[in-house]
Design a binder for this molecule. Sequence first.
Ligand code: PBG
Length: 323
Amino acid sequence: MFKRFRRRRINPVLREMLTETTLNISDFIYPLFIRSGERIRNEIASMPDVFQLSIDEAIKECDELKKLGIKAIILFGIPDVKDSVGSEALDEHGIIARAVREIKNAHPDIFVVTDLCFCEYTDHGHCGVLNPKLQTVDNDITLKNLGAQAVVHAKAGADMIAPSGMMDGMISAIRSALDSANFEYLPIMSYSTKFASSFYGPFRDVAESAPSFGDRKSYQMNPANRREAIAESIADEEEGADILMVKPALAYLDIVREIKDNTTLPLAVYNVSGEYSMLKMAARAGVIDYEKVMMETMISFKRAGADIIISYHAKEVAKILQS
Ligand code: PBG
């Protein structure tokens, strides 16, 4: 006697009926990289079909996203000037504040998430203010700046704040800064378990945010640590995060599942630049069926427990789901 699993696989209608996991375009958030200027659409060699956009182009891009059924974006800013503290990130007329204001003005129905971090804004490329003695980011001074940066985004009209700097205490600091400024209804999606990953390489070309010295291992997590990965996300839940995140996604699906099983909060995954570019380059080399491999990858995120998928593939996914 053995089990006949295949009995349920023969008829395609029944096979489809028994699908356990499905993708919906409303699961997706699409990342946009914004820089100053007009009519700018710079393609980045390491990320085919991903562009640095000026605000006017980002507004046009949102028209296309809406046609595809994509209603949520996450914004990254590329400032004109960088300095040691990342002052432009704290300026109400800085690139992200302007972008949020103008995009929300043109598209009130687009849900605008802002990545909250300093690495794109500092001349040293680290995610906060440096502590000269530690030779890395000073946690508690950076917390104050993160609170101020969150209020700048909130005042500009952001719909959700997504802190990605991996500072300890960042969620409490940002929550209390937002609450004091009367933004108690603005949700925080924390990059709660973010690994010090080499899969971010292509992003750093697009966002111009590679660290000028050292690496991010003193604040982002060791990829080898499973228990710590869960503790990081649970700590952010306790500090008041509304949504948790695991980043990168593909090489960390075990962590996605474990965090999902240890929280009642919704969980996002960030399908990062290196994951995206690997598929693009494999497609160019003719070694995979790109669309099928991409959709299989997306389903793996949902199956592992993701409620939200942040992905550069979102437009391609939308076209496939529509057809
Ligand atoms: C930090 C940030 C990074 C990414 C998202 N937010 C880069 C980093 O931590 O170095 C990476 C995203 C990707 O690789 O697609 N602001």
